[in-house]
Design a protein around this ligand. Structure first.
Ligand code: COA
Length: 195
């Protein structure tokens, strides 16, 4: 992203957070961000980047305030949706690719009774591949990797690579690293660099 775009994106992020979050954030907002907030707290820590068309839905009830917390230096990919009815906590340096869904609620019930809601916790330095789905009640341990297209229904131990539907542990990972200076990352960001 070129410097003027970056400045504009940070200004937009600050304005959005001041208007819709519990407190203003030094956040980079690239493009449109949809926020639905009712009986809820939303907090994003500094230097997180939110890519275009992300949706944050945080809706509690009169009895329960929903809490969505996102840490420092995270990246939330295009069209990713986060649906919080109770508590979703995302650590620092978490990378969430495009078209992911994270929910701590079902909205409906498979048994026709009350909706099941259970907190989701994503540890520091987790990498979530594109099109992954993280379901209610899941804790993902620090430094883990969720492969593209996985559906995570159970807890993930720290430093694990999980894949599949339902996701299972494939192997351990020492610690993945962003390759922001590589040719591939350059291509992924090309459209923004040309603006
Ligand atoms: C997570 C990822 C990087 C791992 O790649 P890797 O290190 O080459 O993976 P491995 O070859 O060690 O895979 C381990 C096992 O998991 C399986 N696996 C890997 N990714 C999988 C997937 N998305 N779905 C199902 N199984 C998968 C492999 O087939 C292998 O199974 P096996 O041991 O039975 O042969 C890669 O799978 C992935 O998801 N890439 C996409 C990343 C992405 O979304 N980037 C967007 C930008 S943030």
């Amino acid at each position: 992203m070129t410097t003027p775009w970056k400045v504009l994106s940070y200004a937009r992020g600050y304005l959005t957070s001041a208007l819709f979050f519990s407190r203003p954030a030094i956040m980079c907002q690239v493009g449109r961000l949809r926020v639905i907030r009712k009986n809820a707290d939303i907090e994003i820590d500094s230097r997180t980047t939110v890519w275009p068309d992300v949706k944050l839905s945080c809706v509690g009830s009169d009895e329960r305030t929903a809490c969505l917390r996102i840490g420092k230096r995270c990246s939330i990919g295009d069209r990713t949706e986060i649906h919080c009815g109770n508590r979703i906590s995302i650590g620092d340096d978490v990378v969430i690719a495009w078209d992911c869904t994270i929910l701590d609620r079902d909205y409906h019930s498979a048994d026709g009774e009350g909706e099941k809601i259970a907190p989701v916790e994503i540890g520091n330095r987790v990498w979530i591949g594109c099109h992954a789905v993280i379901l209610k009640g899941v804790t993902i341990g620090e430094g883990s990797v969720v492969a593209a297209g996985s559906v995570v229904t159970r807890d993930v131990p720290p430093h694990s690579l999980v894949a599949g539907n339902p996701a299972s542990v494939k192997r351990t990972v020492a610690g993945w690293r962003p390759v922001s200076d590589s040719k591939a990352a350059e291509c992924a960001n090309k459209s923004w660099n040309h603006r």
